[in-house]
Design a binder for this molecule. Structure first.
Ligand SMILES: NC(=O)C1=CN([C@@H]2O[C@H](COP(=O)(O)OP(=O)(O)OC[C@H]3O[C@@H](n4cnc5c(N)ncnc54)[C@H](OP(=O)(O)O)[C@@H]3O)[C@@H](O)[C@H]2O)C=CC1
Ligand SMILES: O=C1OC[C@@H](O)[C@H](O)[C@H]1O
Length: 395
């Protein structure tokens, strides 16, 4: 019999709607029979009525509770795990609130504003014997599992170069000119690096770091450059060169690029070529489609090419996700793909694991350290009240 995991949703913005609709799809539709997800509560800082309308919108059970504060949700005894979907600036305070209250937590990307905050959360989870995971949904796609397994199988040879460009033109100079939107607002930890660069780093890490034996994963050296979004001082375009030291086979290079004002897919049809290229001595794997939600792979070996498509099973959120040109990137009713990360979190609870199999807390912390170093090299600071590890702080 599948076990039921009871979710609480902390914040009711855009991604919370998509995540929760995906979450409530029967896991059997994607071949998962160990777990059933239910939503027992949601909380909105805008008030209980927003929490209730959110629960209705996502199709939660009619007895799910709608709270007007995050504190009430954290205390709810009928919640096993809380999904934190506030802006990056708030992740540390909100996740700490939940851990202190004894709740397991799944925190949206980017995990925190900086590595010291990530370390504190990991320590608190350990102290309280709770599950904690960064919600980088892309890592949990069957496509990502295939890529990692292909690399560890040795089919590409020693993989020593990976380049990734997660650049999406949000037209921020016109659309976000007042500086309030979370993508450009320093008070909400805006900027390309934390919002989109995390995906470029995810690809570099899941191919060049996670595929190494656990004892042989070494943090990379970092060289980087930032072009600022002058109206607010956050990063508009960031380029990173990461050198991963290896005990055998020599160093590996990861090139991670990101921008909120340029597009890596100018015509929205993939004509610009693959945004992800994974290169080894024996071959290259290209990953095509949006970097956060890719749909195709192309394996190029000396003796031929193998193309694969990776459909997103339905039903699901089908959120009408659009590229910069307004073209829909997912079909109505299709799964958005957020259920796979939810399955991993729920199955970990059932199995008594405290961390994700595909990205443990140590890896999330090393990635945060890379982002800290990129910001340090380029003089990109954020307000003290969101960089601090003090808790509680009223944001
Ligand atoms: N995995 C993915 O594909 C995606 C992930 N994300 C991540 O999800 C998180 C939220 O993004 P998104 O849903 O797009 O953001 P939204 O702005 O749509 O929603 C954020 C929600 O956070 C709550 N909130 C609390 N305090 C504040 C504040 N001071 N300012 C703004 N909102 C606040 C609000 O909910 P309430 O009023 O109910 O409390 C708000 O609706 C980010 O970490 C982002 O990186 C975003 C998009 C896609
Ligand atoms: O996580 C994300 O992926 C999709 C983007 O559109 C969004 O800004 C980002 O937060």
């Amino acid at each position: 019999m599948p076990e039921t995991i009871r979710w609480g949703i902390l914040a009711t913005g855009g991604i919370a709607v998509t995540f929760t609709k995906d979450l409530l799809v029967d896991p059997k539709t994607r071949g998962v029979d160990k777990v059933v997800h239910t939503v027992t509560a949601a909380a909105s800082s805008s008030g209980a009525s927003r929490a209730k309308s959110f629960l209705e919108e996502v199709g939660a059970p009619s007895d799910a509770k709608g709270y007007g504060s995050y504190e009430e949700l954290a205390k709810d005894p009928n919640v096993d795990i809380i999904y934190v979907s506030t802006p990056h600036s708030h992740h540390y305070q909100n996740a700490m609130l939940c851990l202190e209250a004894g709740k397991n937590v799944l925190v949206e990307k980017a995990f925190t504003v900086n590595a010291p905050q990530a370390r504190k959360l990991a320590e608190k989870a350990k102290e309280k014997n709770l599950f904690l995971m960064e919600a980088v949904w892309t890592r949990y796609f069957p496509l990502s599992i295939y890529v990692r397994e292909l690399i560890t199988s040795g089919k590409l040879g020693n993989v020593t170069k990976v380049s990734v460009d997660n650049s999406v033109d949000f037209n921020p100079y016109e659309k976000f000119a007042d500086g309030k939107h979370r993508l450009v607002n320093p008070d909400l930890a805006g900027g390309a690096l934390l919002d989109l660069g995390i995906y470029s780093l995810t690809w570099v890490f899941q191919t060049l770091y996670h595929t190494q034996p656990a004892g042989d994963r070494k943090p990379p050296k970092v060289l980087s450059s930032i072009r600022k979004y002058e109206p607010t001082g956050v990063d508009e375009t960031t380029t990173m060169l990461l050198t991963f030291p290896r005990t055998t086979g020599g160093d590996a290079h990861g090139i991670a690029m990101t921008s909120v004002a340029l597009s890596a897919d100018v015509d929205g049809k993939g004509s610009a070529g693959p945004a992800i290229r994974i290169q080894g001595k024996k071959g290259e794997l290209q990953v095509l489609g949006p970097v956060s939600r890719p749909t195709q792979t192309r394996l190029i070996l000396k003796d031929g090419v193998e193309d694969k498509t990776w459909p997103f099973p339905g039903p699901g959120a089908g959120s009408g996700w659009k590229n910069g040109f307004g073209d829909s990137l997912n079909a109505e009713g299709e799964g958005h793909g957020m259920f796979w990360e939810a399955d991993e979190a729920a199955i970990a609870l059932i199995e008594g694991r405290k961390e994700s199999r595909f990205e443990d807390l140590e890896e999330s912390i090393v990635i945060m350290e890379v982002m800290d170093e990129v910001r340090r090299q380029n003089g990109f600071t954020l307000p003290e009240k969101i960089e601090t590890t003090r808790y509680p702080v009223d944001l």
